[in-house]
Write a protein that binds this ligand. Structure first.
Ligand code: PMV
Length: 353
């Protein structure tokens, strides 16, 4: 008997230009474009196995071994339905294909890092889910096409379908058909940039990105300024900096955008605080590290960025990583850094097996 099963893994991505705010909550259409770096470390991935079998009674999903309900009309159900629909189209075109779109699926997904700790687990999770269903259904794997579906699981997931430097273009259309991810540059274009992740806390975050974003869209006037007058130019400038391998500009924009995202969270009513005192002290350390470099006639040596949680991600050219790790360990013995002496991320996006 043929077994219809596929396993795929997808990496975490960390945004330099942050996505924060939805203009359509059902289709997950953002209020601004965003740009991220895909972290291709082996220890920051979600790995997902999907299996279709006529003996299964219904679709089921396990996350880190615990069963999660697949709510009707919810994000998981939407992703599964969309992928099944693509398989059905193939089966309609080619009668020789087995009709597995009619079978229920069982899906098991594991993260090898803390879930919901501001480490973008939903990004790698939904990217791996969509990629594993694409492999199971043997769909043509155009990453931008798949990103349209991963986006409906979790916005930032659409960017994890590519490796390297990735933009999510917000699009204009009401049906979301032009809101997808594109690769700005592959990892090989700028292998010198590394990421250091400092786990300040692996507790589950207080305000989920979904409810936080909604509150921000409803109450923040700063968000309106950001989406109209700030992000479009930053998207353009940071893309140029990546193409030119200009770390100084890349770092400046990355830190400015992290700061503005957290300012927008603070401008929300009631306010949202994702960073804590340790996060802010790490900012102070990187600011001082850069200040000394510039005072000595050099350029910026590191960039911090924070998502919806207290953990720091520090981007820096490889030659500076050792020095930064030493500084962090000296001043923050409580912060656990994911360290990898061979470089903190590699070259690819989604991996199949
Ligand atoms: O995709 P979500 O709902 O997990 O939102 C992610 C939001 C940020 O991580 C804060 C920013 C981003 O662009 O990834």
């Amino acid at each position: 008997m043929t077994v219809y099963q596929a396993t795929t893994s997808a990496p975490v991505n960390i945004a330099c230009i942050k996505y924060w705010g939805k203009r359509d909550t059902k289709l997950i259409l953002p209020t601004n474009s965003s740009l991220s770096v895909t972290l291709d470390q082996d220890h920051l991935r979600s790995t997902t196995t999907s299996r279709a079998d006529p003996s299964f009674k219904k679709d089921r999903l396990w996350l880190n071994g615990e069963e999660e309900e697949i709510k009707e009309g919810g994000r998981l159900a939407t992703c599964i339905k969309e992928m099944r629909g693509l398989r059905r189209q193939l089966e309609d075109q080619d009668a020789s294909l087995p009709k597995i779109s009619g079978y229920p699926v069982h899906i098991s997904s594991r993260n090898n890092f803390p879930t919901a700790a501001g480490l973008a687990s939903s990004a790698s999770g939904f990217a791996a889910l969509v990629a594993s269903l694409a492999a199971l259904y043997q769909l043509p794997t155009d990453a931008s096409r798949l990103s349209l579906i991963a986006r409906q699981g979790s916005g930032s997931a659409c960017r994890s379908l590519f490796g390297g430097f990735v933009a999510w273009q917000m699009g204009e259309k009401a049906d979301g058909s032009d809101s997808y991810a594109v690769q700005v540059a592959p990892r090989e274009h700028w292998p010198d940039i590394h990421a250091l992740i400092c786990v300040v806390s692996d507790d589950k975050k207080g305000t989920s990105s979904t409810s936080g974003m909604q509150r921000t869209v409803e109450t923040s006037t700063l968000l309106q300024h950001r989406i109209k007058h700030v992000v479009p130019e930053r998207m353009q400038k940071i893309s140029e900096a990546i193409l030119a391998r200009d770390f100084d500009t890349f770092a400046r924009i990355t830190m400015q955008d992290s700061n503005q995202f957290h300012a927008v969270a603070l401008d929300t009513d009631p306010p949202i605080f994702y960073m804590n005192d340790v996060s802010r002290s790490i900012i102070a350390l990187i600011v001082e590290y850069n200040r000394v470099a510039v005072a000595n006639g050099g350029k910026l040596k590191a960039a911090y960025t924070y998502d919806a949680g207290p953990n720091a991600v520090i981007y820096a050219p490889k030659e500076n990583i050792k020095e930064i790790v030493e500084l962090i360990v000296k001043y923050f013995p409580q912060a656990e850094a994911f360290k990898d002496p061979f470089g903190l991320f590699g070259t690819q996006g989604v991996k199949g097996r």
